[in-house]
Design a protein around this ligand. Structure first.
Ligand code: ZN
Length: 339
């Protein structure tokens, strides 16, 4: 789950305002395109079912070659188990195909998110079907799971899913709460360690300056979400990387159905470049570290995407195509244009 506008209002930044001026949101295409030309990016947290084909095209043009789509909250309460089935099926099925048609390799993480853990009768049923999806091709972790309101039910299903991850030998993608973040983050890590998880198999998401040191010190991966309005996408992210270096750190957009930016990673990379951060550091935090963390699943083969995906828009998924009447498919490497 990602930060909504409402949550932002209710939960203002934990940090005092600084004198920072430039945000990735301020940067137009021309500002960053030249700076990142030739760079490759991997977004380890983005909800593509909520995004448009224009987004896919813009992402590919900006150098995003692979992504991970965590299972998350759809924005309103679910009415039954079948909506979970359809959602998980789309993450390993149609959305994966749709992404490939725009030249981006698609992976996902599967889990019961914290908010939905609070509907216990439904959560019980979801737990039963999770193993049916966790072993599918392209599933690189259990996620996003963890705490939202930090209720007893959330803790119960978080613990159960940590056990599922251990059994399936999959990394864990932890969503940390936006309220009481520091406490929720510490609690998430302590419970993971209690269950015997190796911290190098656990990606702790939505970090900020308050949480990052402890996450890194304990050996977990620290992921940072670039939110358009909370300024994590600007000088603050650059400063985190300047201070801590690139090890165990990764950047994501967490773009979803709310106000968010699917180009947050390339734009942040451009900002880092402007600030003199070395190319290798940028490559680690916007590409390689995420791949290393989730490749422990055994599901990621970089040769599938590192030199671009072959796009063949004449392909179909269960008889369905992304093309509409009259459009001719493009069968060309690195081309996204539908004519
Ligand atoms: Zn999310």
């Amino acid at each position: 789950m990602c930060l909504t506008d409402k949550e932002l209002t209710q939960n203002p930044s934990h940090f005092e305002e600084t004198d920072e001026i430039v945000t990735h949101r301020d940067m137009g295409w021309d500002d960053y395109r030249e700076l990142i030309r030739g760079m490759r990016f991997f977004d380890p947290h983005i909800h593509m079912v909520s995004r448009t084909t224009d987004d896919y095209e813009a992402m590919r043009d900006a150098g995003i070659v692979g992504l991970i789509e965590p299972a998350f909250w759809v924005g309103q309460p679910r009415t039954g188990l079948s909506t979970f089935k359809d959602y998980y099926s789309s993450l390993v099925g149609w959305e994966r195909f749709r992404s490939s048609q725009f030249g981006i390799k698609h992976y996902c993480t599967i889990g019961l998110n914290s908010r939905e853990a609070n509907n216990e009768p439904l959560a019980e049923q979801v737990m039963e079907i999770l193993p049916l999806y966790l072993y599918k091709e392209g599933v690189v972790g259990v996620g996003e799971i963890g705490f939202d309101d930090q209720t007893a039910a959330e803790e119960k299903y978080y613990r159960l899913q940590l056990e599922l991850a251990k059994k399936a030998k999959l990394p864990v993608q932890i969503h940390t709460p936006h309220r009481d973040k520091k406490k929720g983050t510490e609690r998430s890590m302590a419970i993971a360690l209690e269950h015997g998880l190796d911290p190098s198999w656990v990606i702790v998401d939505h970090n900020n300056e308050e949480t990052v040191k402890s996450v890194l010190d304990q050996g977990f991966w620290a992921a940072f979400t670039i939110y358009p309005f909370t300024k994590m996408g600007n000088e603050r992210m650059v400063k985190v990387v300047e201070h801590y270096g690139p090890n165990q750190i990764m950047v994501n957009s967490a773009a979803d159905w709310g106000i968010s930016d699917p180009l947050a990673i390339p734009k942040t990379a451009a900002l880092m470049k402007m600030r003199g951060i070395p190319d290798e550091t940028i490559r680690l935090v916007t590409y390689q570290n995420a791949i290393d963390a989730f490749a422990k699943s055994g599901q990621i083969d970089v040769s599938d995407f590192e030199n671009g995906l072959n796009v063949d828009q004449s392909e179909k998924f269960n008889g369905n195509t992304i093309l509409r009447g009259g459009q001719q498919p493009r069968v060309a490497k690195d081309s996204l244009v539908i004519r």
